[in-house]
Design a protein around this ligand. Structure first.
Ligand code: DX5
Ligand code: ZN
Length: 222
């Protein structure tokens, strides 16, 4: 199973419902990048703006919280109706409690790792997760280059997911995913792909989602 999640970070913000309509028929989830100008040097949406997007989006929303205080705030995005809420391990002082709070509020739970964070640091938490997000850029901005050197981490996570969890935990990559890079991510074991600029900077975002999915399917061992 392959999932494609377009990120609206670089979509036309003044025209979001139309932008979302261009990809909703082809996409599995909408990826919502929440940045607070503290955990990352960029700001995207207030909670109220995020809540509106989550409530009005015609497809399930995958909220990616790049915020400094996920332990206090992550569950709010679950309560708002996100299908999935992902927070950063590096920003949390009590990841297990935050995982439980998100799940209790009704969402799937994802844990995100910045490029410098190693898989072994979170391996003991895998049993509590629905998804692991391995960042393939430094979080904060769209349009950066895919970090090929993250593929070892993806392979390690895939091996663990298959051996200990029967393939059940989703493995997401985010950052620089495009027609040029998605095959390598899929070969390495990712099954859930975020793509921002590749989708919204193309002339036909819907067909770009289809093209990305076809490539991922072809290259995936899943
Ligand atoms: C980066 C964000 C990504 C970003 C992806 O901090 O988490 O979701 O929007 O954009 P592209 O695909 O352009 O790298
Ligand atoms: Zn993201």
């Amino acid at each position: 199973m392959i999932r494609i999640c377009p990120s609206i970070l670089n979509a036309d913000r003044d025209n979001l419902p139309n932008e979302i309509a261009r990809i909703s028929g082809q996409s599995d989830l909408l990826h919502l990048d929440v940045m607070d100008n503290a955990f990352v040097p960029n700001f995207t949406f207030t909670f109220e703006q995020s809540e509106k997007i989550i409530k009005e989006c015609p497809i399930p929303v995958d909220s990616h919280l790049m915020i400094a205080d996920p332990d206090e705030r992550a569950y709010l995005y679950a309560k708002a109706g996100s299908a999935s809420v992902t927070f950063h391990y590096e920003a949390s002082s009590n990841p297990l409690q935050t995982i439980l709070r998100i799940r209790e509020a009704g969402s799937r739970v994802g844990l995100a790792l910045k490029p410098a964070t190693q898989f072994h640091e979170i391996a003991s938490m895998m049993e509590h997760l629905d998804m692991l997000l391995i960042m393939t850029v430094e979080p904060g901005f769209g349009g950066q280059s895919f970090m090929l050197d993250m593929m070892d981490k993806v392979k390690q996570a895939r091996k663990d997911i298959d051996t200990r969890f029967f393939g059940k935990i989703w493995l997401q990559v985010d950052g620089g995913v495009s027609l040029e890079t998605i095959a390598q991510a899929a070969e390495s074991g990712a099954d859930t792909f975020v793509a921002g600029s590749a989708v919204f900077k193309s002339d036909n975002p819907g067909s770009m989602v289809d093209a990305l999915r076809a490539l991922a399917l072809k290259s995936s061992a899943r």
